[in-house]
Design a protein around this ligand. Structure first.
Ligand SMILES: Nc1ncnc2c1ncn2[C@@H]1O[C@H](COP(=O)(O)OP(=O)(O)OP(=O)(O)O)[C@@H](O)[C@H]1O
Ligand SMILES: [Mg+2]
Length: 519
């Protein structure tokens, strides 16, 4: 007897030009199963999700639901009844309200009238279950990255679909929201729903998946019950043959400009923040004073809304500040002026790469060199594209960027590889201050250390000050100091590495411990 699977993909192939994204992928999800799907940046995970969601047609192979061939691509309704997807990149329409987004293309009507009341109530019920403070009538453009992610998840849950695909749903969520998502997923799975779960946080896969499929270069290398594999074995299968990444430190050093030595006398070098006050939906800042010296690496962390991302944004000129001052190497930055920050030597890796990180339809080379256009231009102001691409190429190679070439539009890259382009863009200008907000979001386990060491090495060898604003504690391991924000204020500071994760987590919750008090 052949077993029927809730979802079955057989021999899926998909190419984009010369890139073979999927090379004959087989995948099965049973009813009431949570299957993990892992693989490095560019392995083909999101491409498979778009095939399983009916958004793109495979070149070969077929998808089945409960043993029946999937509907034709034109039958949008047919697919929607089968599958609900939380896509890696936001599909929320910023101009619409939360409720409108949740029921987009799935409007509830009473007779001929749109039943807004019922839709608002349903939306509110789901958001309340999550214990989230999001107004159902808020326009989505006013929401934070995390709140947008919740809207996506609520939309997928609201369809009542029996199969849910989650492509990195937790990338922008903080711990408590992740816990609530997992509770929800566990309930759904127990009630017979099938879930495909993609994440670069492998410990999450161990937590909620019963089985895992590992993709490498568009092929399935392994499908195994979760208890038959360790995390190290999983990483080894994802990475495959260990390609020599070389000595990251020396690779980057040769690309970076060394410090010029004599710097202004009498001015305070590095980043100096005094009594900074900011009002922001991402969390206010309530009088922050902080100095980051040249070559120093300072991490800032805290719960969502504590002001961590706000701090990075204010320094980079991406958000306005109400009071206080920020200066870099003695030059005062102006509130909300990204252009002045850039001219003053601030390199910036933003939180939301889709919005602030790159221009999707421009090439990798052009995006990466955007901050150094002047330096690359001829006397007449002309920039040869080849010159841009040549400048970008060694950086791309050092970060092992997966791309078909420097001309490829960044919008075509996988999520983690898009993130690497924003990292190159921030470093290539030889900044005197690097502000990195959640720099490893969406980056695979093996590439995380590449991204982090590129930042650390840049700070060490060029004397740049480095400010890392992140809720990912692994990102902060190499810092000289870690500052914890709580409700917009500096709560405490850790100076002893290796840093104690538990103590830092406690501090983010506003709990001070004996050890801290003593130090
Ligand atoms: N529209 C497109 N045009 C050209 N190439 C594409 C397109 N979409 C995906 N690709 C390529 O297909 C490959 C697989 O990409 P995919 O987004 O599926 O990776 P992924 O496993 O989801 O990676 P990540 O972990 O970074 O999200 C990559 O090399 C990517 O550049
Ligand atoms: Mg992806």
């Amino acid at each position: 007897m052949t077993q029927l699977f809730a979802v079955e993909a057989k021999g899926i192939e998909k190419s984009f030009g010369s890139t073979k994204a999927l090379r004959g992928v087989d995948l099965r999800i049973s009813a009431g199963q949570c299957l993990g799907l892992v693989g490095r940046n560019g392995a083909g995970k999101s491409t498979l999700v778009s095939v399983l969601s009916g958004l793109s047609k495979p070149d070969n192979g077929q998808v089945f639901f409960d043993g029946e061939p999937a509907p034709s691509l034109k039958d949008v309704e047919g697919w929607r009844l089968r599958i609900a997807t939380v896509f890696q990149h936001s599909k929320v329409v910023p101009q619409l309200s939360v409720t409108e987004n949740v029921f987009l293309g799935n409007i509830i009507t009473r007779g001929k009238l749109v039943d807004w009341k019922v839709m608002r109530e349903k939306t509110r019920t789901i958001i309340d279950e999550w214990n989230f403070d999001i107004s159902v009538t808020a326009r989505c453009e006013t929401l934070t990255v995390e709140q947008l992610q919740i809207v996506e998840i609520v939309r997928a849950l609201a369809t009542g679909s029996r199969c849910i695909l989650l492509d990195e749903p937790t990338a922008a969520l903080e711990r408590r929201a992740v816990d609530r998502l997992f509770d929800r997923v566990t309930q759904l799975v127990a009630s017979g729903v099938s879930v495909l779960y993609i994440s670069h946080h492998l410990e999450e896969v161990f937590e909620i998946c019963s089985e895992v499929t590992i993709l490498r270069d568009g092929k399935v290398v392994m499908t195994t019950p979760i208890e038959h594999i360790t995390k190290d074995q999983m990483v080894a299968a994802m990475v495959g043959e260990v390609t020599t990444t070389g000595d990251v430190a020396s690779g980057f050093s040769s690309l970076l400009h060394q410090p010029t030595g004599s710097q202004g006398v009498g001015t305070t070098q590095g980043l100096v923040i005094e009594n900074l006050r900011v009002t922001s939906i991402r969390g206010d800042l309530d009088g922050i004073s902080l100095v980051v010296r040249p070559g120093e690496r300072v991490g800032v962390t805290g719960l969502l809304g504590a002001g961590v991302a706000t701090l990075g944004r204010a320094v980079a000129g991406a958000t306005k500040f109400d009071e206080g001052s920020i200066s870099v190497d003695g030059v005062a930055l102006r509130s909300g002026r990204r252009d002045i920050a850039l001219k003053s030597g601030v390199g910036y890796i933003p939180e939301n790469r889709q919005v602030e990180g790159f221009v999707a339809n421009l090439g990798v080379g052009e995006n990466a060199t955007m901050t150094v256009t002047r330096r690359l231009a001829t006397r007449w102001g002309f920039v040869n594209p080849q010159r841009r691409n040549n400048a970008a190429l060694p950086w791309a190679q050092s970060l092992s960027l997966v791309t078909s070439g420097m001309k490829q539009p960044v919008g075509e890259l996988s999520g983690g590889n898009q993130q690497k382009v924003t990292v190159v863009r921030s470093l290539i200008s030889n900044p005197s201050l690097i502000v990195a907000v959640t720099p490893t979001r969406g980056v695979d386990v093996a590439s995380k250390s590449l991204v982090m060491s590129s930042l650390i090495v840049a700070a060490r060898s060029t004397g740049a000050a480095l400010l890392i604003c992140s809720d990912e504690l692994d990102d902060l391991a190499e810092c000289d100091r870690v500052i914890v924000l709580f409700r917009g204020k500096i709560f405490t500071e850790f100076t002893q590495s290796p840093f104690d994760r538990e103590l830092i987590i406690a501090a983010t919750e506003g709990i001070s411990t004996q050890e801290q008090a003593a130090s």
